[in-house]
Design a protein around this ligand. Sequence first.
Ligand code: UGA
Length: 435
Amino acid sequence: MRITMIGTGYVGLVTGACLAEFGHQVICMDKDEAKIAALREGGIPIYEPGLDALVAKNVREGRLAFSTEMAEAVGAAQAVFIAVGTPSSRRGDGYADLTYIHAAARELAVHLTGYTVVVDKSTVPVGTARQVARIIREANSAADFDVVSNPEFLREGAAINDFMRPDRVVLGAESERAIAAMKELYDPLYLLSTPFVTTNLETAELIKYAANAFLAVKISFINEMATICEAVGADVKDLAKAVGLDGRIGRKFLHPGPGYGGSCFPKDTLALLRVAQEHGVAARIVEAGVEVNAAQKARMVKKIRDALGGSEAGKTVAALGLTFKPETDDLRDSPALTILPPLFEKGARIQIHDPQAMPQAASMFPHFHYTSSAYEACQGADAVVLLTEWNQYRALDLAKIKAAMKSPLFIDLRNVYEPAKMREAGFTYVCVGRN
Ligand code: UGA
């Protein structure tokens, strides 16, 4: 099939490259000329394992191209994906900003030729697909099209695998013709017996928010359990294992930490709260999940301060990892961005190492000290704080870390290390929910 992807951000680029890999003819289009020029030269604007090779292969084999021209990209397409950003609104009220979605719908409308499926891939509030249909109809009353809601479930750092081997594909559609076109598009997944959930537009849109909200609440739940474990002398790792072994609960997403971050959970939980509010219904569990997450980040600051003897003034803190999780260079809503500044403001010197995000961080926090390795970050430190569980921090040379530090205080906000082993190695070891 001939497919156009509007928006070459994280979702658009991964989806475009993967659909090309399925054998379709894909044009990824973006208004950002510099970005398209870079993509044409093989430059990938984000760090996502395997994406550069996948893009290069499909460009080389003639299935993937880049364009800034809406007319060229949309005219011949049988399916046009809208994969533009839906950030939280600048008003700070948690509403999703649909400016880019509406603009894309308006602009693509006039170029539609022949029957076209317009696919909402961006994460959007309930009702957006119908708005998109209305906008297209208003801009081009002769257009022959259907709108489909097809939410994405891609994790940063594992996006290609999540696309190629999804747990499910959700299709919100209201015409047989549109469903048939989507099935053709995802044909290789049928061969893998991937479950497809076909439903109406509103349900498909809400499924995406519900899935992310459930996962966010699951994390907040285990973080709350970690706090209770600390209070009563229990071990959250054993607790999570035993609770998660109940098949009805499941072991995934029961890892306590500094709170969830990223471009999805924080934004989507708030947007879901607004959807509920707008419709006059309560969403108290999601609301509590959001509050617990904010409290968790604040609790981490206190944990570090307490471990430093009640004050961080004049202390050197080595921070390992800045991104909201490993295998990404994404700093959006990363817990590190909430946890480190208060320490700095109270007089701590912050020495940082992160495998991917230091250039972006340096422009946000010019007063932090950026280093070339975990060991350099630990030089002269009063404490090391492990914020992101990058693989290279899982097997640190502990003797080398200890020798570099002023005092051997290890604060592990991802519970990567074993308390007994760390004590044996001579560290004062502080972690989450298991001391
Ligand atoms: C999330 C969802 O997992 C994807 O299914 C979804 O498609 C995506 O949002 C999206 O809406 O686009 P992502 O934000 O890439 O994916 O990251 P996750 O792996 O879900 O992690 C989110 C945050 O939760 C991270 O800060 C991570 O450290 C934290 N987390 C995760 C925990 O603290 N504990 C856990 O057990 C799991």
